[in-house]
Write a protein that binds this ligand. Structure first.
Ligand SMILES: Nc1nc2c(ncn2[C@@H]2O[C@H](COP(=O)(O)OP(=O)(O)OP(=O)(O)O)[C@@H](O)[C@H]2O)c(=O)[nH]1
Ligand SMILES: [Mg+2]
Length: 325
């Protein structure tokens, strides 16, 4: 329970939000999406604060294409790591806007829907999920197997965390940047990243991880309908069985007790107890040691406390009234 309360965005944080003219960062993870980027970028609204593309070691000129399309784009790299979740974490750590929007680079999500997400955040949500299965949403891409898997996993999360999500594994989401500590996804920027490889959340299970953490943190989560199209060209990076199993494992790993134990163990590994040097041999033999003044003073104070005020005659603690018959 404390985990839920402690991480909830405070009323003060919410009051500080710039609801009149929030700055918007769009984070785009991209791995060999050069052919799709022109169509994706063409649909972006004009009033964005920044566009951050996180490149996954692309070999098809993705970075050159995005720089040509948006000269002011900020390009980040995964520094040898891989995975969509890792790419998003890199982008989130770099984002400087009030609101962060996650957008795929393959043309499956329509950037023109961004104002819908922003409107929900301005109206009161902390975290807004796009949903293909909310009324008004849809998909011309999802296969029957993925639809079934998504439904089963979604109802598992709803039962485990008391939510009523209609979609779990969809990559189009937006949130106030001040929710990042609750989502705890900025691994590349966290001190844990250097020594503890993130066990999960770095791949396609990232949306599930975020949705669960939003629920655990007590964030106000709203869904907006969204329509998903098939990727325009190129190969999917997702493998339904492998990534489905990773998502299942994420749901298991995120259960509160398990997540807390894992974090404690990681922190313990990060800062091992310092080596305490052995005490030098005392110069004076123990039987000749003289007590120093503060020790004597404390001893004198304890001696003045009447015995019956701390422990009664039977050696039991006193009753609340201070007397014991
Ligand atoms: N930077 C980076 N981006 C990635 C990586 N893996 C996937 N992406 C991007 O993440 C987005 C979603 O990946 P997709 O391969 O389209 O996966 P998907 O949308 O779940 O699956 P499909 O419906 O089959 O397209 C795309 O923009 C990818 O380019 C990666 O390792 N690094
Ligand atoms: Mg896709």
């Amino acid at each position: 329970m404390s985990e839920y309360v402690a991480r909830r965005t405070s009323v003060r944080t919410q009051a500080r939000r710039n609801r009149t003219a929030p700055t918007i960062s769009v984070v785009i993870p991209a791995r060999n999406e050069a052919a799709n980027l022109p169509a994706v970028i063409a649909r972006l609204p004009g009033d964005l604060f920044e566009v951050i593309l996180v490149d996954g070691n692309s070999t098809d000129g993705t970075v050159e294409v995005v720089r040509e399309l948006i000269p002011a784009v900020r390009v980040c790299h995964q520094e040898g790591r891989r995975g969509k979740g890792d790419a998003l974490a890199v982008g989130f750590a770099a984002a400087r806007g009030d609101i962060i929007v996650m957008l795929d680079a393959d043309g499956s999500a329509d950037a023109a829907e961004i104002p819908r997400f922003v409107a929900a955040l301005v109206a009161g949500a902390d975290f807004v999920k796009g949903s293909r299965f909310a009324q008004g949403g849809g998909s011309s891409d999802i296969t029957p197997t993925r639809r079934l898997g998504n439904r089963v996993l979604c109802s598992l999360v709803n039962r485990a965390y008391g939510m009523s999500y209609t979609d779990l594994c969809y990559g189009y989401n937006a949130f106030w940047a001040d929710c990042l500590p609750a989502l705890r996804l900025a691994w590349p920027a966290s001190p844990l990243a250097a020594s503890v490889p993130a066990p999960f959340g770095t791949g396609f299970e990232v949306e599930t991880t975020m949705n669960i953490r939003a629920a655990k943190a007590g964030l106000t989560v709203w869904e907006v309908p969204s329509f998903e199209r098939p990727r325009i060209s190129g190969q999917s990076n997702l493998n339904a069985v492998r990534d489905g199993l990773r998502i299942l494992r994420t749901i298991w790993q995120e259960t509160p007790g398990r997540a807390l134990r894992r974090e404690r163990a990681a922190l313990a590994g990060l800062s091992p107890a310092p080596d305490v040097p052995a005490l030098p041999e005392p110069a004076v033999p123990a039987d000749q040691l003289v007590l120093q003044a503060p020790v004597l003073a404390a001893g004198a104070f304890l001696a003045t406390v009447p015995r019956h005020e701390s422990v009664n005659g039977n050696g039991h603690a006193p009753t609340p009234s201070g007397t014991r018959q």
